[in-house]
Write a protein that binds this ligand. Structure first.
Ligand code: HEC
Length: 208
């Protein structure tokens, strides 16, 4: 009898334990559902592959346009026009590309020049980890997010390199416009930041 009671208490504890952990599991599942989870390129569904293709096309369009405008301004020997490309053209070209492809796109960094270029929340942990490879995340509503690393090129050093690589006039403009500038001191080949892209769920993405 005593043994039975002990067993019974044991079972009750086990059941209570079980109920609690089921509840806990439900909570965990709920929070997980709201989270963005990493997806490996070879583990993508067809929908995600379509989203990925769209995102890469959009990212290429943005990068090509910005590099083209930047090179033209630099070739014209006009550093203030080049600053304008990064300052005004980058956000407006990003908005244009977002519209064209039906997604959201922007530039971000672990060392920001403009604090407004902060990454979307889903990318935070990956930015903090300084991911060096294209990284994809599935969102809670069928979205796909991407972080695509940007490396510093020699042509970027005149505005993102060490102090002696940045012309006095540019340094003065940067100091005035970006008092919290952290985007200096990069060397060629360094991880400068990422293009982030967020594609909506399949209906929109596959319509393209
Ligand atoms: C003529 C100066 C200039 C050159 C050259 C330049 N940048 Fe920038 N860059 C800026 C300015 C100014 C900003 C801040 C733009 C803003 O206000 O959003 C910026 C912002 C950025 C950002 C957004 C994140 C942040 O820190 O705010 C990235 C990424 C970036 N630059 C990468 C590059 C790369 C890569 C190159 C070379 C291909 C490059 N830049 C060349 C001036 C320059």
């Amino acid at each position: 009898m005593k043994r039975f009671t002990v067993a019974c208490i044991g079972l009750c504890i086990a059941l209570v334990g079980c109920t609690q952990s089921a509840e806990e599991r439900a909570v965990v599942e709920e929070t997980t559902a709201l989270k963005w989870e990493g997806v490996l390129p070879d583990g993508m569904t067809e929908t995600q592959q379509a989203q990925q293709e769209l995102m890469l096309t959009a990212a290429k369009a943005l990068a090509t346009e910005l590099m083209g405008e930047l090179s033209a301004a630099l070739a014209a020997g006009d550093p203030s026009a080049a600053i304008g490309v990064c300052q005004e053209r980058a956000p407006s070209v990003a908005a244009q590309v977002s519209d064209t492809y039906g997604l959201e796109i922007g530039r971000t960094s672990h060392r920001l020049r403009n604090p407004a270029n902060v990454a979307p929340a889903w990318a935070d942990a990956y930015v903090a980890d300084l991911v060096e490879v294209p990284t994809y995340l599935a969102g809670p509503n069928g979205e796909l997010g991407a972080l695509l690393p940007i490396r510093l090129k020699a042509a970027c050093q005149m505005c993102h390199g060490s102090a002696d690589e940045i012309d006095q006039a540019i340094r003065a403009t940067l100091a005035e416009d970006y008092p919290d500038d952290q985007a200096v001191g990069f060397a060629e080949g360094d991880l400068r930041g990422w293009l982030w892209v967020e594609a909506p769920s399949d209906e929109v993405a596959t319509e393209m």
